[in-house]
Design a protein around this ligand. Sequence first.
Ligand SMILES: [Zn+2]
Ligand SMILES: [Zn+2]
Length: 211
Amino acid sequence: MPETSAAAASPPPTQLPESCPVHPERACIGTCKRCGVFLCVECRHPVESTRCHACVQVLQGNARPGLRGLMWLALLMLAGQPVLFFSVATTAQQAASGAGWRDIWANMDWLSATGYELLGSGVLALYGLILTPAYLMRRRWIPRQMQYFLVCNLVLRGVLVAVSRAMMLPPGQLETAVPNLMGSLLSGLLMTGVWMFYFAKSNDVKQTFVT
Ligand SMILES: [Zn+2]
Ligand SMILES: [Zn+2]
């Protein structure tokens, strides 16, 4: 019988009364492991039989679910932005045949494909740095901000860079490059759509970002 197991699980009976103080018609079978209140079969929680209803509610209310599954991937996407920026910057430096950072920054053609890429990555790195701690703290406004972030990512890294690259191609090469650019744009659009849907609709997300 569950009654006996519940009684055995509670601390050694410190003078249990015969009957429940709340339900005099029921036998007292133990005390709540958390608050120590006397329990009868009605007072104890049906699932967590060593605790009272109130304590189980408190414990469940305090237990926020942690980050799960895709949320870790999204966190990686946020926290990885500074790394991406660094790799873009390093590539730019190498393209300038190892000149010092200061020279590169001074002579950088910011209206070039690399310039757009650097600017975009810089903005996204900053955005990612700002959002990451709040993401870890599971702030309730994170799902909305993640959608903004995804749009920014698509515009800055997808559209702007693709368009600037296309503009800077020598004449005649555009036709051959267009299918590639369109392909990467479309895949970016698709990825963004899937992620936005996830952050807008997922119940997991709704239950996680609650503080
Ligand atoms: Zn209790
Ligand atoms: Zn009772």
